[in-house]
Design a protein around this ligand. Structure first.
Ligand code: NAD
Length: 367
């Protein structure tokens, strides 16, 4: 039986090159180790700007096609995030197929580390959903091409405070675009999700004198925000229809859909969550036509990536913070391009990210 016939017999027939026909991926690596049960896919999307950096996600994918789709989509997103952040980094990502709570072991992570090492630095890994700092320590025992290590090992530690700072800077730039100045004092700001990033953001906003509304599914976090930052707690979907100035999604993806956008009364949406727009064109356009300034998520939440990248070049927290501060200027440049081209902010950000890759490809065209 041929390979295609055998996967067809299992009901998972797909042709990898046909699947890649409409993407620009450079390399897709399948990694298998029967002894540890490792089944991983590493997707390297684009390395024009530098090595591809992206975390390793461990997830219970129900089919191989589902895992492949995820790693292709996520690695492309990393290319844009690195490019628009001005980093000399390409985009890549890895997925490990399995249940992180049951199937993960030191041996599996170290075996994965050896596969990462085989790529000789073309791919740099980090933690993601389903993997931890400890897992990256295991990878690091087999490869130098890993970031997101604890401070005790010369790493940058938890990137969330840096991500929050970038969101704060992007929010200020967005306020400038919407209200004519970037002060958040006296502004009413609704934050959905006060986890690792959201809580640090709330702290910045409280310090600047914003009035805060918060929602979360964890009561302890809500209590903390109420007690320490004077935040008012709201429940569930109430957060979308609040009479507020700014909405900061810091929990879930795909929450900017027709129904929720219809409820929004804010002038600015600026938050950390990944993939906020259910559909980049449709819902990006919907926000623009409602006069809402939307800060593209992959631009505003790049602080975490900036932080781990600076680990690769020799970690200095001040340098990471200064680079993250520049998100303010990048956001304003995106809004200017969106106005010039009369397109939504998300599409303008993608255009600028692609333009930088194109320009640098020309720079590298001669010795
Ligand atoms: P987190 O898990 O620490 O926080 C998410 C919070 O959202 C949790 O407190 C959770 O209880 C809450 N939540 C879940 N469902 C909710 C709901 N229905 N309504 C309200 N709250 C809900 O995650 P995080 O690290 O703070 O990241 C937040 C978002 O930012 C994620 O989308 C993440 O992918 C993205 N992001 C994070 C970083 C980083 O450095 N941590 C970097 C880039 C992007």
């Amino acid at each position: 039986m041929t390979q295609t016939q055998s996967s067809a017999a299992n009901g998972t027939a797909f042709d990898l090159f046909a699947r890649l026909e409409n993407t620009d991926h450079e390399q897709v690596v399948y990694c298998q180790d029967r002894a540890t049960g490792l089944k991983a896919i590493i997707a390297i999307h684009n390395t024009v700007l530098g090595p591809g950096l992206g975390g390793t996600r461990m997830w219970k994918y129900s089919t191989e096609a589902e895992a492949l789709n995820d790693v292709l989509r996520l690695s492309r997103g990393m290319t844009y995030k690195a490019s628009i952040a001005g980093l000399n980094l390409g985009g890549a990502k890895a997925v490990i197929i399995g249940d992180a709570s049951r199937d993960k072991s030191e041996a599996l992570m170290r075996k994965f580390g050896r596969f990462v090492d085989n790529l000789n630095g073309k791919y740099i890994t980090a933690e993601d959903v389903g993997t931890t700092t400890r897992d990256m320590e295991y990878v690091n025992m087999e490869s130098d091409h890993v970031v997101g290590l604890p401070e005790s090992m010369g790493g940058g530690g938890d990137p969330s405070p840096v991500t929050a700072y970038g969101v704060y800077m992007g929010m200020k730039a967005s306020a400038k675009a919407a209200y004519g100045n970037d002060s958040l004092a006296g502004k009413t700001i609704a934050v959905q999700g006060i986890g690792k990033v959201g809580m640090h953001l709330v702290e910045y906003l409280h310090k600047e004198g914003a009035r805060l509304f918060v929602s979360d599914i964890h009561d302890a976090a809500l209590q903390y925000a109420a007690n320490h930052f004077g935040a008012t707690v709201v429940t569930g979907s109430e957060i979308y229809g609040l009479d507020a100035d700014i909405f900061a999604p810091c929990a879930l993806g795909a929450i900017l859909n027709a129904e929720n956008i219809g409820k929004l009364k804010v002038k600015v949406v600026a938050g950390a969550a990944n993939n906020q727009l259910e559909d980049e064109t449709l819902h990006g356009d919907m926000l623009r036509s409602k006069g809402i300034v939307y800060a593209p998520d992959f631009v505003i939440n790049a602080g975490g990536l900036i932080n781990v990248y600076s680990e690769y070049t020799g970690y200095v927290r001040e340098i990471a913070m200064a680079q993250t501060e520049n998100i303010y200027n990048t956001i304003l440049a995106i809004y200017q391009r969106a106005d010039e081209r009369n397109i939504n902010n998300q599409l303008a950000a993608i255009e600028l990210a692609e333009k930088r890759i194109h320009d640098m490809m020309l720079v590298k065209s001669t010795f």
